[in-house]
Design a protein around this ligand. Structure first.
Ligand code: C5P
Length: 215
């Protein structure tokens, strides 16, 4: 396979984040990490130095690249910032938008009606933060969009709002979350390409080729 990403550093977030409520409970989501891990492997296969910043998943650390394990969105942002500089940043992680304002030291009790209102605070937007860096902004910043409707229109708006270069958009109204296949629309400044439904590793391989061609 061609070493078209040799000499490049590709930084990728993957998986969910886990935001603790108390020692036994957390807020999270259904991300399996498969798509992000597949992209990390695909970029490494093209010769890139890859840093994979991963939330909790059931997946094994891929060979031939560095995996940094984190739990929360704050930890994920810190790990991403530590791993800079990078030529490419790909935000695949399904970051929890909110975290409990406080983490309780002891298990919360239902009878104290602690759960009637759980104060939340907004997590940092890692993609937006990295997209808007000055000196350390990677040359190519790619975000993901998981939508259940109006996928293309929402993805185009998201590209502008986040300040990233590309958005990989997928329709998650079906069984994509946790499934092995994905059908994506690649939104770039030049327009939208819609790809046929294919296994997540094939999506990753094709995306890695597009990245190599763009650099
Ligand atoms: O706004 P939304 O969550 O739909 O955006 C999804 C994109 O933004 C993904 O690339 C995801 O990794 C990234 N994101 C992030 N930090 C957040 C929320 C989303 O990096 N707090």
């Amino acid at each position: 396979m061609a070493d078209t990403l040799k000499g490049r550093h590709v930084l990728i977030t993957a998986g969910p984040t886990r935001e603790p409520i108390d020692p036994v409970r957390y807020i999270s989501n259904h991300s399996s990490g498969q798509q992000g891990y597949a992209i990390a492997k695909a970029c490494a296969a093209l010769g890139a130095k890859v840093t994979l910043v991963a939330g909790p998943t059931a997946l094994a650390d891929p060979d031939g690249l560095e995996t940094v394990h984190v739990e929360t969105a704050l930890e994920m942002l810190a790990a991403v910032e530590t791993a800079l500089p990078a030529d490419v940043f790909i935000a695949v992680a399904a970051v929890a938008d909110w975290r409990p304002a406080e983490r309780a030291d002891k298990k919360l009790k239902l009878d104290k009606s602690d759960f009637c209102s759980l104060p939340l605070t907004e997590n940092p937007d890692i993609l937006k933060t990295i997209s808007n860096l000055d000196a350390q902004r990677p040359g190519l910043v790619i975000g993901f969009a998981a939508e259940t409707h109006d996928v293309e229109a929402l993805a185009k708006a998201k590209r502008i709002r986040k300040g990233c270069d590309w958005i990989v958009a997928n329709d998650v109204s079906g069984d994509v979350m946790g499934g092995t296949e994905n059908a994506i629309h690649l939104v770039t400044p030049d327009g939208v390409e819609s790809w046929a439904r294919m296994p997540k590793q094939a999506v990753a391989d094709a995306l890695a080729e597009e990245i190599a061609a763009a650099l």
